[in-house]
Design a protein around this ligand. Structure first.
Ligand SMILES: [Zn+2]
Length: 471
């Protein structure tokens, strides 16, 4: 059902009673009306519900990701977007197989595990070895002893923060580089405490560097299993337990070259159609959950913001381009990744991209906006006024990133902005089987849509120019 936003009713009234309401609503007023319309009703929750129900998990390069992309194309055409298209690109495919980690002794038991994306395989019967337990990543890096034939286990927890900085540290060190470093030192297997901030028995997956057929098997254990290892380590130090022996099985398959795709759609600008404001989320997800929070929510929020503009009957002066990037989550050979984002950045004329941003930090509320350095204080003032009632302030620090898939654009000089979400709970279910619709609250999505539509509308109807973002 189409809702008629408040300002449109005002416009209708002004036709009926021109003497009373002679002034057309200004751009700032339009942004405020779009914001309020978003808070009343928008299509975000329906979209992410439909996506996750129809396609479930959408691993990069899978049939499910492809089908979801075709569905999105039809959906966007049906909703009135223009120039709806697919951009396909080649992708090396990694697929999870059987995975298991057992303590053989002392204290025999099995652990809740998941393989890291791009990690190597063990023989079918697995590998067996003594555990080399490290409380911290640095402890492993500094360790001078022999690791030959051992299974390295890193127990470092991920601190809970609003900005997600704790996650970034772990993802960039022990998840990304740990497996290769362990292999170079002769280890038989590699295990990390999941990059998760809760204490439930879910293992969190995520990409490590692409290790290929010759690579070491690398798993994540759930936070409670890491705590369990911590208790065993304590007993060892007290002389109450001997060395721990582990058996690790992981049987992922490197399937060779396949394909993934970006979905692209537009609301063509009325006055400056070649000037582009690019927003979106990524369509692929990890295989364990249904990718509701990561990143169905981000797709849904940016889609619903653009859809509100279509339904308002207004047309922006600059083009608003919506993108659902493919293959955000996975690593590739030669230390590559963000394959969809790179394909977009290489396949498009970027000199007229005014700004770009991705929503890819969960489904909680937005608390701040970071903009690139611009040349129009009046634009910032108007935007600040419209965002303030949503509890969103404009951060005086210039943006340094606009979401992972805007990285390759940023490198090529496209300014990026960041509607910053509260990430305090984001890493509770991130990349786990528990990333499902149950983790999404419609009211919080509404606040996101309201912030996105206000920001994008004002950007698309001003002459503001931004400087390239310095990372
Ligand atoms: Zn994501």
């Amino acid at each position: 059902m189409k809702r008629v936003p408040v300002w449109a009713m005002v416009a209708l009234l002004s036709v009926a009673a021109p003497m009373v309401l002679a002034q057309p609503a200004g751009v700032t007023q339009q942004a405020a009306s779009l914001r309020d319309a978003a808070l009343t009703a928008n299509d975000s929750y329906r979209f992410v519900e439909d996506l996750t129900t129809r396609f479930g998990a959408r691993p990069a390069g899978s049939e499910s990701e492809r089908n979801a992309s075709s569905w999105a194309v039809n959906e966007l055409m049906r909703q009135g977007f223009e120039n709806v298209r697919l951009q396909t690109f080649p992708l090396q495919i990694w697929e999870r197989g059987e995975e298991k980690l057992e303590i053989i002794g002392p204290f025999a038991q099995s652990m809740a595990v998941t393989a890291l994306g791009g990690s190597g395989a063990t023989p079918p019967e697995g590998v067996e070895g003594e555990a080399a337990l490290f409380e911290t990543w640095q402890g492993f890096v500094d360790y001078m002893g022999d690791l030959k034939g051992k299974i390295v286990v890193i127990l470092q927890p991920t601190p809970r923060t609003q900005t997600g900085v704790g996650y970034s540290v772990g993802a960039g060190s022990f998840r990304r580089h740990g497996p290769d470093m362990a292999r170079e030192r002769g280890a038989a297997g590699y295990v990390i405490r999941s990059l998760g901030t809760e204490d439930h028995r879910f293992a969190h997956t995520g990409a490590t560097r692409w290790l290929g057929d010759e690579g070491i098997a690398a798993l994540a254990i759930s936070p409670p299993d890491a705590e369990q290892f911590g208790r065993i380590l304590k007993l060892q130090r007290e002389g109450k337990a001997g060395p721990v022996r582990l058996r690790l099985v992981s049987r992922p398959v490197f399937r060779g070259e396949g394909q993934s795709q970006n979905v692209i759609a537009e609301i063509k600008g009325s006055k400056y159609p070649d000037e582009v404001i690019l927003i979106g989320g990524h369509i692929d997800s990890w295989d364990l959950g249904t990718g509701a929070v990561d990143d169905g929510a981000g797709m849904a929020v940016t889609y619903a913001a653009a859809k509100l503009i279509i339904d308002s009957g207004l047309r922006p002066e600059r083009t608003i381009r919506l993108i659902f990037w493919g293959a955000e989550e996975v690593s590739q050979p030669d230390d590559k990744g963000l394959t969809g984002a790179n394909a977009y950045a290489e396949g498009h004329e970027l000199s007229k991209h005014v700004a770009a941003a991705e929503s890819d930090f969960g489904a909680d509320v937005i608390y701040a906006l970071r903009l690139p350095v611009g040349d129009d204080p009046a634009f910032v003032k108007a935007l600040s006024e419209v965002l303030m009632p949503l509890g969103v302030h404009i951060d005086k620090d210039p943006s340094t990133g606009g979401g992972p898939d805007t990285g390759p654009l940023n490198v090529k000089g496209v300014p990026v902005f960041n509607l910053r979400q509260n990430g305090y709970d984001y890493f509770d279910v991130h990349h786990t089987a528990d990333d499902t619709m149950e983790r999404i609250e419609a009211k919080k999505l509404d606040q996101n849509v309201a912030a996105w539509v206000s920001t994008v509308w004002l950007m698309a109807n001003s002459r503001v120019r931004f400087q390239p973002t310095n990372k």
